[in-house]
Unconditional design. Structure first.
Length: 424
């Protein structure tokens, strides 16, 4: 696993740095009173990891491609895979994207270029930037060209479940014998100016709505928090902080891992994607029917009973509406055990960053499985009354045996993903 997330000095890159953040609930999203997770994007960070890339080429890359290259390099180093020696020649190189803030820039640059004033070199640069940065496959196209793979390469965009869905596709391809190794990167880059302006519009909406005596629907009571730390499962949760970043995970068949003596962190045994049966694109199903279906199918595919699940990495990101939703999901899945089930999330360490979220939950859960320690819910001090489960508040890990874990994600329309992980 490798990372390009907010961290000390602007970058959390290694599994050790990631574990330090999530095991202590340390947040890296506050910058001069603005709560938005930013990642250092210096050419030197990429150049140090990819000295063969010409600086001229790097000048064309967008920040999200820098994130993807950094997390890719760190994941390969952590896995002991040398793509320069051909270790990823036949690997799948897959990406997950959600936010499209950076995709519009190359289109606007072309639209604003004056035909009678632009130079030949400028036209070439405009076209190059459009090809590299104007499509959802921006991260995967750069990564696959760097590693020189002939394997499958594609991008999935499915909101906050994007990388979880890609992990499921990679798992199925490996299980079917189509390939031995898959490199899966979730990456996103949001414009802080855009996010701040939108947060202001939401505040204005709520002001006008209150003046009219209106009530909030399920989506309207979610909020972007720009001046306070997000606190999932906490009584004082103000909403979610957005953040940028990238997480790369390497999946490989057991046989391939054993041949090269790579122990791995955990086994991914199943993934399922389902949706709640509602006729709305926006409304949140507070019963979480789609998530329950996905989790039950993942457990059935792996031959694991709900009684064997020791830990759940939740899908909440700070919006109070999800406290009740996740409580209902846990009670549907675990019955009387739900009240004592450890359910934690680590988004407050880095911000809610869309495409990487599935990888975040799997990376965190895999490390907990390996270490037999459950990380706290970052930012949670006093659990909300609606949370009828154990969110492990505080800033310390809880030692406990973890053999099986569920990692949950859901997105707009209540499209839900469940991934089942098992101790190696």
């Amino acid at each position: 696993m490798g990372f390009a997330l907010p961290g000390p000095g602007g970058l959390c890159a290694t599994p050790g740095e990631f574990w330090h953040a999530i095991s202590t609930g340390t947040s890296y999203v506050e910058n001069d009173g603005v709560f938005f997770g930013t990642v250092r994007t210096e050419v030197s960070d990429v150049k140090a990891r990819f000295p063969e890339l010409p600086k001229r080429a790097l000048n064309y890359y967008s920040p999200v491609q820098f994130y993807g290259l950094i997390s890719l390099s760190e994941a390969c180093t952590d896995a002991g895979l040398d793509f320069r020696a051909g270790d990823l020649r036949e690997a799948a190189v897959l990406a997950a994207r959600d936010g499209g803030d950076c995709w519009s820039t190359p289109y606007l640059d072309i639209m604003n270029a004056k035909r009678d004033q632009v130079t030949k070199e400028e036209i070439n640069e405009l076209g190059t930037r459009l090809a590299l940065n104007g499509l959802p496959m921006d991260v995967a196209s750069v990564q696959v060209s760097v590693v020189g793979s002939t394997g499958p390469s594609f991008t999935v965009s499915n909101g906050c479940t994007s990388s979880a869905v890609v992990l499921g596709l990679a798992h199925r391809m490996i299980a079917n014998g189509e390939l031995d190794v898959a490199v899966v990167t979730g990456a996103d880059c949001f414009g802080i100016d855009f996010i701040q302006h939108y947060a202001g519009l939401i505040d204005r909406y709520n002001e006008l709505n209150a003046l009219e005596g209106g009530t909030l629907d399920a989506m309207e009571d979610s909020a972007l928090a720009m001046t306070q730390l997000m606190r999932p499962y906490d009584k004082t949760s103000p909403g979610s902080n957005m953040g940028n970043g990238s997480i790369t995970l390497v999946l490989e068949s057991r046989e391939h891992a054993e041949r090269r003596g790579a122990p791995g962190y955990a086994r991914m045994t199943a993934q399922s994607t389902r949706r709640s049966p509602q006729r709305s694109v926006f409304a949140i199903d507070r019963q979480g029917a789609g998530m329950v279906l996905a989790a039950r199918q993942a457990m059935a595919a792996a031959g694991i009973d709900a009684e064997q699940i020791d830990y759940v990495n939740g899908g909440a990101e700070g919006d109070p509406v999800f406290h009740e939703t996740e409580s209902n999901i846990m009670h549907s899945l675990f019955g009387d055990r739900a009240s004592s089930m450890p359910v934690t999330v680590q988004e407050a360490c880095f911000g809610h960053h869309g495409g990487p979220l599935g990888n975040l939950g799997v990376a965190a859960s895999a490390l907990m499985l390996q270490r037999d320690e459950v990380c706290p819910t970052a930012g949670c001090r006093e659990p909300a009354d609606e949370c009828d489960f154990d969110p492990v508040p505080g800033t310390a890990v809880r030692p406990m045996r973890v053999d099986h874990a569920l990692s949950l994600n859901y997105t707009v329309g209540m499209v839900s993903s469940a991934i089942l992980l098992t101790k190696v």
